[in-house]
Design a protein around this ligand. Structure first.
Ligand code: CA
Length: 220
């Protein structure tokens, strides 16, 4: 899971980023709406967490979402704001925001809301994914195959989780690298091949299909 976090208050941004990284998310941080816009256009995210009042303007978070929706971006959004005015909430939701959290908030609440939002967006369709003897428990990042637990590294799990979100969908090596390693990924994309090889060794060759010239997919 990769999220884009736009928040200009450093303490808040760093504590949110640390929490989600601990949970295994890739977190891209931005302080300004203009910076977040560049990232949102360059990469695919599973969710956005946007502050509203930013150095770019008092409504910069809303305006950014408006521009992204206009370009056809449908990534689910959770807004953070210090303002509890009803009109702001209505405006945020009308612009295509999916949820709203008023500061100050507990990190546990943000985590619960974001996970609910990802489930609603069907990025995490249910708590459990099951197919052909393979079972993934999203909440616990636990994998079993034919009833036995399979120990995966965090990156192996992240690749499997990504592919299982849309069985049959082809992911290119660079897309997998972006989604699993994030913007700071600088290694050769054949690192992805090494992790796929490990997944096949642990789960069986069937678990990750190669689509020649295109990438990888989980079988339909
Ligand atoms: Ca702010």
């Amino acid at each position: 899971m990769r999220i884009l976090l736009l928040e200009d208050e450093q303490d808040i941004r760093e504590s949110i980023a640390a929490r989600f990284r601990q949970l295994g998310f890739v977190v891209d941080e931005a302080e300004r709406a203009s910076e977040a816009e560049g990232l949102a256009l360059a990469f695919t995210f599973d969710a956005f967490v946007f502050d509203v009042r930013l150095p770019d303007g008092a409504d910069a978070g809303f305006l950014l979402l408006e521009r992204l929706r206009h370009l056809g971006n449908t990534t689910p959004v959770l807004f953070l704001t210090a303002r509890d005015a009803l009109e702001d909430r209505i405006k945020g939701l009308a612009l295509g925001g999916d949820d709203y959290l008023v500061k100050p908030f507990a990190l546990a609440e943000l985590q619960a809301r974001l996970q609910a939002l990802l489930r609603r967006a069907r990025i995490v369709p249910q708590n459990v994914f099951e197919k052909d003897g393979l079972r993934l428990e999203w909440n616990y990042k636990r994998v079993t195959y034919q009833g036995s637990e399979v120990k995966l590294t965090a990156k192996e799990y992240a690749i499997l989780e990504l592919l299982c979100q849309h069985p049959g969908k082809i992911y290119s090596r660079s897309e997998i690298a972006d989604r699993v390693w994030g913007a700071d990924f600088s290694a050769e994309t054949n690192v992805v091949d090494v992790y796929v090889k490990n997944l096949r060794r642990k789960l069986g060759a069937w678990a990750v299909e190669t689509v020649h010239g295109s990438g990888y997919r989980f079988p339909l």
